[in-house]
Design a protein around this ligand. Sequence first.
Ligand code: C2O
Ligand code: CU
Ligand code: CU
Length: 530
Amino acid sequence: MTPPESVTRRELLAMGLTGLVGSALGACQRSPAVQWLAAATPAASFVPDVELAITARPGDASILPGASTEVWRYSGAVVKGPASTVQPIADSYLGPTLHFRRGQKVRIRFSNWLPDPSIVHWHGMDVPAAADGHPRLAIAGGADYVYEFEVANRAGTYWYHPHPDMQTGPQVYRGLAGLLVVSDDEEDALELPTGTHDLACVLQDRRFDGDNQLVYSTTMMDMETGFLGDRVLINGRPRPNWALATSAYRIRVVNGSNARVYKLAWSDGTPMTVIGTDGGLLSRPVSQRHVTLGPAQRSDLWLDLSGRPVGTTLELRSEAFELSDAGLVRGGRGMGGGGMGGRGMGRGMGMGSSLPLGAPISLVRIEVTRREASRPRLPERLSTLEPVVPPAAGAPVRRVPLTFQRMQWLLDGRVFAMDDVARDETVVAGSTHIWELANVGGPMGMQMGHPIHLHGRQFRVIGRTGGSPSNTLRDGLVDGGLMDTVLVLPDETVRIQVTFSTHPGLFLYHCHILEHEDMGMMRNYRIVPG
Ligand code: C2O
Ligand code: CU
Ligand code: CU
């Protein structure tokens, strides 16, 4: 395996890898004889607490009645450390759930047994650049890549998925994704529901052909709107029935869809009680009618069934919303001239799916099937989030317009190039910045919501302005916690504050509508040592 041409010695230096490659690189930099040692060889100085082997390979899964479906999937094994680190999900194409403790040192050997290049990204995790799964680190089929990092994140629900250039959408869609759950002492002390009372709920929409095979398309329209399936799978299965007890549950909802936004609610009007977001627990639980979840976002829910009689049924649903609340509309909201004015009257796109964005969907059916002696108590205080202290007065705000130009979605007018970093995308390790994500759209009112994701660090939302007051997705936003992905609704401007990681090197920020990412609505940012 040779290093990608584009990886320079300076980048290896920036990634802190010279200790690994040492003199070999110094002697013959950029020579094809130089192995991509940093990636392929574990560091002798790194003593892992946990060592895993993760493999991606083609396989099949029984998803719908009848023929099985060809998928690509991750599997995993524990080489060193607690056996409970890798927990497969029964009957699912999803990869095993990885359970880490904060502070653990982790080594993961990833083996790519796919016919295409790939690389794994640990979404939401604060890891060194060499362990972040940047597309320039993608490895060919048959190759291995070794990740080493210390689990720095707070307890919470993270996930992992592939990140090769221009192929993230199709690879995730084929089944490559898994959960990564971090626990820590602070969270343990709260005695939140665990074991069988800690449930995963990964939402992914898919389209199937008559032979139960996955259908994916990259027509211009599907790329522009993001690819929508016509049915939603939960943990890789069609709408499940959960038989639960009269007790409290923690439900980790992950939007693992390529492009679909959900407006989550309980069918009986029970408020959604949110205890955590992308980056772990909120300071206090939040109760509201809906939870809006954009692609890649997570919501940790608390559901207390202790007061319900056995036999009670309940559904987790995505409720109806207007296509124009998040989806691609030309002509703009309420701007469709010539007597076509009014909400949702613009020309709606994304009709390749029979389940348009905003269609109501029943996701999970819950039945209370047994009594269980429990007196659940939801802690009033969950965590201490650092208050958002703005950087020094007059600190510059970097405006990042989200636009559509030259038939492409762009970040700040730019398109992704493997090593390209602009001056305003270069930040000092550990420095705090405000970025203003301005959903400007394109010509003739072309607009849609974009879930903007930052690698490497969780951030805080410090402002959200503009947008339509009649957009019902707004009531479901949970902006108070730590996030790595924020849904910027049409016409909105969202300010985020981030204190960048101390790991130098190249990281990404991008739209997590995977078709937008693959089209190039993605950019590098570089962390330079302070
Ligand atoms: Cu979840 Cu850059 O991705
Ligand atoms: Cu990520
Ligand atoms: Cu987008």
